[in-house]
Ligand binder design. Structure first.
Ligand code: PRP
Length: 177
């Protein structure tokens, strides 16, 4: 970290860790209840969703491990570039329901592009479970099936979310300023 970068303690906590963990447990219960017969294919959007997906998985024993799909729209900064770069490897979604796991839905472009990709590759349905949503920033209308928290238009870090690769390891969600 550059010497001029603020220390993590400098950032205001938006959602503390106990609140995050409690809500994720609830989300897991709801996802499980939605698929009583057969677990869906879980697809986690990297890198941001790694921490959320890992915590969710702790509450979904018996579910297959999430597949990782890499998507990036921010590059180096706090503004979405408007271009979503998708690197989806061979995920076996044909004939299966899919649940996308996201850390945050902002403009909606990433979810929109990934949903289109998954349906084009044979997914029978695509649902979305996101830890955070910023409805005020939406550019593309996307249906979200499970939302942990709706948040205001603040750039957030921690719990997997970064700015230029920093602060992903913060144990809570904080506001970057
Ligand atoms: C972030 C976040 C979502 C996406 C949401 O990813 O993790 O995937 O942006 O933004 P959108 O709704 O405007 O598309 P980012 O591009 O920062 O990559 P990262 O997950 O590797 O940090």
């Amino acid at each position: 970290m550059a010497a001029t970068e603020p220390q993590p303690e400098a950032f205001r906590v938006l959602i503390d860790r106990p609140t995050l963990l409690q809500r994720i447990a609830e989300l897991a219960r709801e996802v499980r209840a939605a698929f009583p017969a057969e677990p869906p294919c879980l697809v986690a959007v990297m890198d941001g969703a790694r921490v959320f997906a890992t915590e969710l998985a702790r509450h979904l024993p018996g579910f297959p491990a999430a597949h990782a799909v890499r998507a990036s729209s921010y590059g180096h900064g706090t503004q979405s570039s408007g271009q979503v770069l998708l690197a989806a490897s061979a995920i076996p979604v044909e004939g299966r329901p899919v649940v996308i796991l996201e850390d945050i839905v902002d403009t909606g472009r990433t979810i929109d592009k990934l949903r289109t990709w998954l349906l084009a590759h044979g997914a029978v349905e695509v649902r979305v479970c996101t830890l955070l949503s910023k409805p005020s920033r939406r550019v593309v209308a996307v249906a979200l099936d499970w939302v942990g928290f709706e948040i205001p238009d603040e750039f957030v870090i921690g719990f997997g979310m970064d700015v230029d690769g920093r602060y992903r390891d913060l144990p809570h969600v904080a506001v970057y300023r």
